[in-house]
Design a protein around this ligand. Structure first.
Ligand code: ADP
Ligand code: ADP
Length: 228
């Protein structure tokens, strides 16, 4: 899915404490791209990701999603957009603690019109042999794989990841990035990754750098370096 961000502004607070955290963002993310959104903490990356994902609304400007525009959607249409087209992955895995790995993925599949086959997905994720375990019996990397599975099972055209390796060590982070690449090749979805980890830009086709609520660099990476 192609995404176009048109002059997006976002403010938090009011009166004297009102701050502009996004100050006129313009960018275009092509269908099937792995796009990395880099920048220091507080530069506005998560806010932009949440606006693209329809979790927060822009105060000015708009997002074109394929043929649609979030500004023209009502609450119900936004909910359907999130449900049918988007997968979210966060730094902390948000798994349901008393469900097994497979059940964690199944509950997300129920909400979906056109879910992926779960056993095959578990194999892609390298989790098939652990499918009957509870989250507490798994490593951080395995839990994040499961969280990626929860986001992917509805076969979203857009996968949004906010610091997906933020809680993981170097080696496990590499494994998760390698999985994200594999997912992108297999399912051809557009993937946006927010991070302050500069190394992640190596795997991206497209790099956006933010600072103080603005995009300060926007380039295509002709030669992504695989994490695996
Ligand atoms: P990043 O993801 O780059 O760390 P964020 O988008 O989380 O940046 O935050 C950008 C700025 O907006 C920060 O200064 C943050 O404190 C502020 N901010 C984020 N969310 C809120 C909110 N809900 N209310 C007030 N300020 C917020
Ligand atoms: P990240 O490092 O992933 O950007 P943050 O710690 O910036 O995460 O933000 C986590 C959550 O807290 C976000 O949902 C953001 O909207 C909210 N938040 C961030 N800064 C503020 C703030 N100053 N006031 C209120 N909410 C905030």
């Amino acid at each position: 899915m192609k995404i176009k961000v048109n002059d997006v502004h976002k403010f938090y607070g009011n009166g004297d404490s009102r701050v502009e955290v996004l100050r006129g963002i313009n960018c275009e993310i092509q269908d099937g791209e792995i796009c990395v959104l880099l920048g220091p903490s507080g530069s506005g990356k998560s806010t932009l990701l949440n606006i693209i994902g329809g979790i927060e609304m822009a105060d000015a400007g708009c997002i074109d999603i394929g043929e649609d525009c979030t500004k023209r959607m009502n609450e119900k249409e936004l909910t359907l957009y999130r449900r049918n087209h988007l997968g979210f992955v966060f730094q902390f895995y948000n798994l349901v603690p008393n469900l097994t790995l497979k059940e964690n993925i199944e509950v997300c599949a129920y909400l979906s019109k056109n879910p992926l086959e779960i056993d095959e997905l578990l194999r892609t994720l390298g989790l098939y042999d652990h499918k009957d375990k509870l989250p507490s019996q798994l490593s951080g990397g395995q839990q994040q794989r499961c969280a990626i599975g929860r986001a992917l099972v509805k076969n979203p055209s857009l996968l949004l990841c906010d610091e997906p390796t933020g809680a993981l060590d170097y080696q496990t982070s590499k494994e998760i990035l390698s999985l994200i690449e594999q997912v992108n090749r297999k399912y051809r979805n557009t993937i946006i990754i927010v991070t302050h980890n500069d190394a992640i830009k190596n795997i991206a086709n497209h790099v956006l750098k933010m600072r103080d609520g603005m995009i300060v660099s926007d380039y295509v990476n002709e030669n992504p370096i695989s994490a695996s």
